[in-house]
Design a protein around this ligand. Structure first.
Ligand code: SAM
Length: 280
């Protein structure tokens, strides 16, 4: 095991069989495990026979723990950073420590594994060429709506985390602000016994989750297809036909001005075309 190295180790998001051999080996050999919740990680470590000393590193103490952990690394010892489930730093603690080690030019080694966002995206059936992970929506209804509104025209597939307490409220807001017909996927309890993928329009997803209390239990990833691109929303205009129709109803100057606004064409070119149509 290299000395003075910070290992960032992903843990399973439900199914403990998903822990990699390299992750187990790393956790066995480091000098210290910095864990989000030491009690929560006990069953995983016990299952794999890992008895390395642990220290808690969570959102309430990660600033205070920074100096002692950096000193530990400076002393030539190694640390593995883990969170309760999935990849550390992804809606989880660890950023201040990784940032500080990176800024000092220290060595950081990722030991990859599960993350609920990638797991959900891999099986959702929504476009994966461009996606935007945005984490948990704000809890307050007014903040959540403003936050979602700012994402409504995003063209990438959107990925959200959500809890069972707020999944219905969030889906209601998403259906309202993104449109009830926008395609989405609710991925629940990934890798666990009750793993479920609900696919359909946001309106239908809201109805299904609201009607069935079982669909509100557990952990959720919500994925939403990106907005149609501006280019896709644009319709082709047959300028000659448009001009002819406007000229049948309006004086020439007004018809030309309106045709220019609708088609985005140049007024003087449209004027010449209009004159040809009226035989001027
Ligand atoms: N760091 C983790 C990761 O890489 O996925 C995420 C931690 S975040 C505090 C926990 C949230 O991730 C849950 O509220 C849920 O939205 C999502 N999540 C984690 N495990 C999940 C699972 N098995 N199925 C669905 N969503 C899950």
């Amino acid at each position: 095991m290299s000395k003075g190295v910070l290992y960032v180790v992903a843990t399973p998001i439900g199914n403990l069989d998903d822990f990699s051999a390299r992750a187990v080996e790393t956790l066995k050999r480091v000098d210290l495990i910095a864990a989000e919740d030491t009690r929560h990680s006990c069953p995983l470590l016990r299952r794999y026979g890992i008895d390395t000393p642990m220290r808690a590193l969570h959102q309430h103490n990660e600033q205070a723990q920074l100096a002692p952990l950096l000193a530990f690394l400076d002393g030539g010892r190694s640390i593995a950073l883990i969170s309760d489930a999935g990849t550390p730093l992804i809606s989880d603690p660890g950023f201040p420590l990784v940032r500080a080690v990176a800024e000092r030019g220290g060595r950081i080694v990722p030991v990859p594994g599960a993350s609920a966002m990638a797991c959900a995206l891999s099986a959702a059936g929504l476009p994966t060429d461009r996606f935007l992970f945005v984490g948990f929506p704000p809890r307050s209804a007014s903040q959540r709506r403003a936050w979602l509104q700012a994402l409504a025209s995003e063209e990438s597939t959107l990925i959200f985390y959500e809890s069972g307490h707020r999944v219905v409220d969030s889906l209601a807001d998403m259906a309202q602000l993104f449109g009830a017909s926008r395609e989405g996927v609710v991925a629940r309890e990934l890798t666990k016994l009750h793993e479920t993928f609900l696919r359909g329009s946001l309106g239908s997803l809201f109805d299904r989750v609201q009607e069935d209390t079982n669909q509100r239990k557990g952990e959720f990833v919500i994925l939403i297809a990106g907005a149609e691109s501006v280019a896709d929303r644009r319709i082709e205009v047959d300028v000659e036909r448009l001009l002819a129709m406007l000229l049948a109803e309006l004086p020439l100057k007004q018809a030309v001005a309106l045709a220019a606004r609708i088609s985005g064409g140049k007024k003087n070119k449209l004027y010449k075309q209009a004159l040809e149509i009226v035989g001027g």
